[in-house]
Design a protein around this ligand. Structure first.
Ligand SMILES: [Cu+2]
Length: 158
């Protein structure tokens, strides 16, 4: 009996996190969605995704919000050898193009986390607001921080 339970636990562990869903709003499609689990004691986590604009008119990401936490649009930039994060009010999503929010660049930062928030395998809903397309609630699976990451561990949240 113990053996059976142990092998079931192993099978569940191998299954890993669910594959992220894609989301659509208007002419926009959001793919490659993930939230990187924060380091221990980090009060912020980075959300990453691609936004493709299949329309003939530019759109803009103008905001992000989530229940219980603050969310902001950020861009990591290297200045004089130091990685800094800049808070942006809006990002243009050009017609016919894909804008990538990825490590070392654009991201949605969820802030005000307490220890134990956002564990691997959990999900967090973030509402992304677009100037033309409107709002869409995007579900971010929380994934492990594989392959190292610059910056977020020391992020100052206020
Ligand atoms: Cu940030």
């Amino acid at each position: 009996m113990f053996r059976l339970v142990a092998s079931l636990v192993a099978a569940l562990a191998i299954a890993g996190p669910a594959v992220a869903e894609d989301f659509e709003v208007g002419d926009l499609t959001i793919t490659e969605i993930k939230m990187i689990k924060p380091f221990d004691k980090a009060r912020a986590a980075g959300g990453f995704f691609d936004i493709s604009n299949a329309g003939e008119v530019d759109d803009m990401l103008i905001g992000a919000r989530t229940d219980g936490f603050m969310a902001e649009i950020h861009e990591s930039r290297e200045e004089n050898g130091v990685m800094r994060m800049i808070h942006l009010d809006a990002i243009t999503i050009p017609a016919g193009r894909t804008v990538q929010f990825q490590r070392g660049g654009l991201h949605v930062m969820v802030m005000g986390l307490q220890p134990g928030d956002l564990n691997v395998g959990e999900e967090i809903d973030v509402t992304l607001s677009f100037d033309r397309a409107g709002d869409v609630v995007v579900t971010f699976p929380v994934v492990d921080n594989m392959g190292g990451m610059e910056g977020h561990g020391g992020h100052v949240t206020n």
